[in-house]
Design a protein. Structure first.
Length: 365
C-alpha cells in the first residue's frame, strides 16, 4: 500500500460487547477508573484493553513488568469492547473532561476515527518516543493522534467440512451455490462495499452493493450478536461461510474449530489497532503515558501483541512469531494487496448505512 492518509487507512471493527471490568490489581469501575494518584502516592493510570479471547494477555503482562521496574507508577487495566467502553468514555468526557475514564490504551480503527472527530484523543509526540521511528509508516499518522501497534484484516472464513472448497473471492458471499449458508456479525458494511466494488461501484457509490444484497438477502442464514454464537454456527454448519477477522478466526482454528481462513483474491481489508492517549490529563500523566506507549512499541512487546492477538506487528523490527509466519494472512503479498479504503466515508456514513441494512436487507432474511 502506498501513501495512505490516516483517514484512508483506518478501518471499522466489530466485537462482542461484554460488561466485564477487570484490572491487573483488582477491578476497575467507571467511576474510579482514572484517578491521578493512588492512596500511596503512586501515579495511577488506567489502560483500556480489549475484552475477549487472549486480547488481555499482553496488556496485563506488560503492566506487571512495567510496574516492577517503575515503582512510582500503578497501571490498572480496564477490559471492555471498544463499542461499549467508548460510549462510557464519551459520557465521562461530558461530565468531567479533566477526569477521563481511562488514560490510554488499545483502540480499534472505528473508535480511533470517531475519537479523532470527538477530540477524545490527544496528539502523541513521536519525537520523544525512540521506538516510534521503527513503526511502519502506514501506522504513523500525520496528525499524531495515536500510533499503530498491529493490524488485523477481514477476509473469508468457512467451515472446511461443510464447504470443502470455496473459490476465494469476495463474490463467494453472494454465490447462490452457498444460498442460506452465510452468517455475518451484526452490520457487515464491508460485504456491501465489496459487492458494490465488484459491480461497478465503491464507497462513493454503494448502490450496486445495496441492490445486490437486497436481491440476495436469502444468502444469509442469520446475523450473530456475539463471538461465541458466531463460532457455534460456523462450527456446527448452521451457517458455515462468513467474512471476519483473520486473527479471531485463527484463534478459533487453533482451538480446534473446523474452519479455514482465506485471503480473498481481490484483497483483504486491513484493520489497524492503535495505541491512544486520552485528552484531559496532567503533564505528569502524559509524560508517563508516552514512556509506557514507547515501551509497548518495542520489538519485544509488538511481537507479543502480534502473538496473542494474531495480528501483523507494526514495528518493522519485531520478529513475526513462528506460529504465524507460515499463514497466508501474514504473507507479504497479503499486506501488499490490502484494499485501500477511504474510512472517512465509512465513518460519516456508518450510522445511515446500518439503518439501511436493517431496513433493506436484515428484514428480508
Amino acid at each position: 500500500m502506498t501513501d495512505i492518509s490516516r483517514r484512508r487507512f483506518l478501518g471499522t471493527a466489530a466485537g462482542a460487547a461484554g460488561m466485564t471490568l477487570a484490572a491487573a490489581c483488582g477491578s476497575v469501575s467507571p467511576k474510579s477508573a482514572a484517578p491521578s494518584a493512588s492512596k500511596d502516592g503512586k501515579l495511577t493510570l488506567t489502560m483500556f484493553a480489549f475484552l475477549g479471547g487472549d486480547l488481555g494477555k499482553m496488556p496485563k503482562e506488560f503492566a506487571k513488568e512495567y510496574m516492577a521496574s517503575h515503582k512510582s507508577v500503578e497501571i490498572k487495566v480496564y477490559e471492555q469492547s471498544n463499542s461499549v467502553g467508548y460510549t462510557k468514555m464519551l459520557a465521562q468526557k461530558k461530565a468531567a473532561p479533566d477526569q477521563p475514564l481511562v488514560n490510554f490504551g488499545f483502540f480499534n480503527a472505528q473508535t480511533s476515527t470517531q475519537g479523532a472527530d470527538d477530540k477524545m484523543f490527544t496528539k502523541l509526540d513521536y519525537a520523544s518516543m525512540s521506538n516510534a521511528a521503527d513503526i511502519d509508516e502506514r501506522f504513523r499518522y500525520q496528525d499524531g493522534i495515536g500510533i499503530g501497534i498491529g493490524i488485523d484484516q477481514l477476509g473469508l472464513l468457512y467451515n472446511k467440512q461443510k464447504l470443502p472448497q470455496v473459490s476465494g473471492s469476495w463474490a463467494d458471499l453472494w454465490n447462490r451455490a452457498y444460498q442460506g449458508q452465510v452468517s455475518f456479525f451484526s452490520f457487515p458494511w464491508y460485504a456491501v462495499y465489496m459487492a458494490a466494488k465488484l459491480n461497478g461501484g465503491g464507497l462513493d457509490n454503494m448502490e450496486p452493493g445495496w441492490e445486490l444484497w437486497k436481491r440476495e438477502a436469502q444468502q444469509i442464514r442469520l446475523l450473530v450478536e456475539s463471538n461465541p454464537q458466531y463460532l457455534n454456527v460456523l462450527s456446527n454448519g448452521t451457517a458455515p461461510l462468513t467474512a471476519y477477522f483473520a486473527g479471531t478466526g485463527q484463534q478459533w482454528i487453533n482451538s480446534g474449530a473446523p474452519l479455514t481462513y482465506v485471503v480473498p483474491k481481490e484483497g483483504a481489508i486491513p484493520l489497524p489497532v492503535n495505541l491512544q492517549a486520552v485528552e484531559g490529563q496532567s503533564q505528569s500523566q502524559l509524560e508517563a503515558i508516552h514512556d509506557i506507549i514507547n515501551e509497548m512499541l518495542s520489538p519485544k512487546w509488538c511481537a507479543r501483541w502480534a502473538e496473542t492477538s494474531v495480528e501483523v506487528p507494526a514495528n518493522t523490527k519485531a520478529e513475526l512469531p513462528r506460529s504465524l509466519a507460515a499463514l497466508p494472512a501474514f504473507a507479504k503479498a497479503t499486506s501488499d494487496g490490502f484494499q485501500e479504503i477511504d474510512y472517512g466515508i465509512v465513518g460519516r456514513n456508518n450510522a445511515e448505512w446500518q439503518k439501511r441494512w436493517e431496513t433493506d436487507i436484515a428484514s428480508r432474511i
